[in-house]
Ligand binder design. Structure first.
Ligand code: GUN
Ligand code: ZN
Length: 432
């Protein structure tokens, strides 16, 4: 018989979308609640005392006064950039050429890919992140390494081989044909195996020829249940460059749309400087945008229009964009999202921030039936948050007047010290 577990504390529970209804109704805190976990799945939820009484054989993990959240879901990362995070002084294109591409070259070595996969998954789990959508490098072995390591940990991850056939060093280029063949082989090998999903991954329009974008579009048409992830309108210089490279395109989004790379399962990272036509098309097809706030400030990209885009009903996920982003922490990422909201004249509620980092990202990844909420039947990926994890946060927490006031200081000032416990696939993790 499998061991049953009960995890008790204050539960973060969703009743709706906090961008479409009052945040405090959409997101609720159930004090002294509990979850029953069996075989990796949440099989019961209720008040702590009655759940403990009903399941006397279960092992009880009690976290009184702590916040039990769905594990954080990072909707856009580059795991191969783990070792060069926080590199100084460049904007996007120079940053890619100076720091990113040389580091990504190292993934020609499968051993290095395995080492960084493990390091990245350790670091992200220590920060409460249980699932992510990651770019790999052009090397198929970088995908195998990441999926192998995630499989060992029983982790639900999305990733794909990054495709580039121009404007990158020779050692980091594939071709339209090899990108298609390698991506297809990886997809057939991994997609749907355990908790793994494959995402078709053209890096961004400047590093793909029209032929490669066309090949990626053809692959997506063959495997429409896969996600397709890429970058869109991150910096003004980049957009200008795209205009030069694709003189016939109506706008940046059109460089994808024209080749069959715009769809409901499309994930577009950054999406800061959008034209009205682009916003209309994204809303029409139901594609998802991914907000990468620490990256957008760190690389100096601009302010994502959370209010305008969510008002249009566009699905938005939240992400670190490691290592363009300056932190592995989704708490730090929520703080940056809040700050960007303030600069844009929009005050994000703590309920909206937590929703973005969990259910919002799950919806963007079309995984909302599996992860991102503490519901019966969902996979047991969980982060337990200490809301008084440092002296600075504790003294502010002591003055809190209600739940959201008690949570908000941790969203603004918290880091891995706030992560008390993490569960992945129903298994408690030993954190680094
Ligand atoms: N655009 C194309 N590649 C990248 C990348 O690796 N990071 C970021 N932030 N933007 C990109
Ligand atoms: Zn990125």
């Amino acid at each position: 018989m499998t061991q049953k577990h009960i995890l008790s504390g204050d539960l973060l529970v969703f009743a709706g979308d906090p961008f479409q209804m009052a945040p405090e109704q959409a997101v609720q805190i159930q004090s002294d609640g509990a979850l029953l976990i069996e075989d990796g799945i949440i099989t019961d939820r209720g008040p702590r005392d009655s759940l403990v009484r009903t399941h006397p054989g279960a092992r009880h993990h009690a976290h009184p006064g702590k916040l039990i959240c769905p594990g954080f879901i990072d909707a856009h990362v580059h795991y191969p950039q783990t070792a060069m995070i926080a590199s100084w002084g460049k904007r996007l294109i120079d940053w890619l050429n100076t720091y990113t591409f040389p580091e990504e070259m190292r993934f020609a070595d499968p051993e290095y890919a395995a080492e960084i996969s493990a390091r990245y998954l350790d670091l992200s789990a220590a920060h409460g992140t249980t699932s992510m959508a990651s770019f790999c490098t052009i090397h198929p072995a970088s995908v195998d390494a990441f999926f192998r390591e995630a499989t060992k940990r029983g982790q639900r991850v999305v990733a794909g081989k990054t495709c580039m056939d121009r404007n990158a060093p020779a050692g980091l280029q594939d071709t339209a044909q090899s990108a298609y063949e390698d991506s297809k082989a990886l997809l057939e090998k991994w997609h749907g195996r355990g908790r793994i999903s494959y995402a078709i991954t053209p890096r961004f329009s400047p590093t793909s020829t029209p032929e490669q974008l066309e090949a990626m579009g053809a692959l997506w048409a063959e495997f429409p249940d896969c996600l397709m992830q890429t970058h869109l309108s991150e910096q003004l210089d980049e957009i200008e460059w795209v205009r030069e490279l694709f003189p016939d395109a109506r706008d940046y989004l059109d460089t994808y749309e024209h080749f069959g790379l715009l769809g409901e399962r499309g994930l577009y990272g950054h999406a800061i400087h959008l034209d009205p036509r682009e916003i209309d098309r994204i809303a029409e097809v139901g594609a998802a945008l991914v907000h990468c706030p620490t990256s957008n400030t760190f690389i100096g990209s601009g302010l994502f229009d959370m209010a305008g885009l969510t008002t249009r009903g566009i699905s938005v996920g939240l992400a670190t964009d490691t290592g363009g982003g300056s932190s592995f922490s989704m708490l730090r990422t929520m703080a940056a999202a809040y700050e960007i909201g303030q600069l844009n004249g929009y005050v994000l509620h703590a309920a909206q921030l937590l929703w973005l980092a969990t259910r919002g990202s799950a919806k963007a990844l079309h995984l909302q039936d599996k992860i991102g909420a503490l519901e019966v039947g969902m996979e047991a990926d969980i982060a337990v948050l200490d809301l008084a994890s440092t002296p600075a946060i504790a003294q502010r927490h002591a003055n809190a007047e209600h739940h959201w006031d008690a949570i908000f200081p941790t969203l603004m000032m918290g880091d891995d010290r706030a992560i008390e416990e993490v569960w992945i696939g129903g298994k408690k993790q030993g954190l680094v």
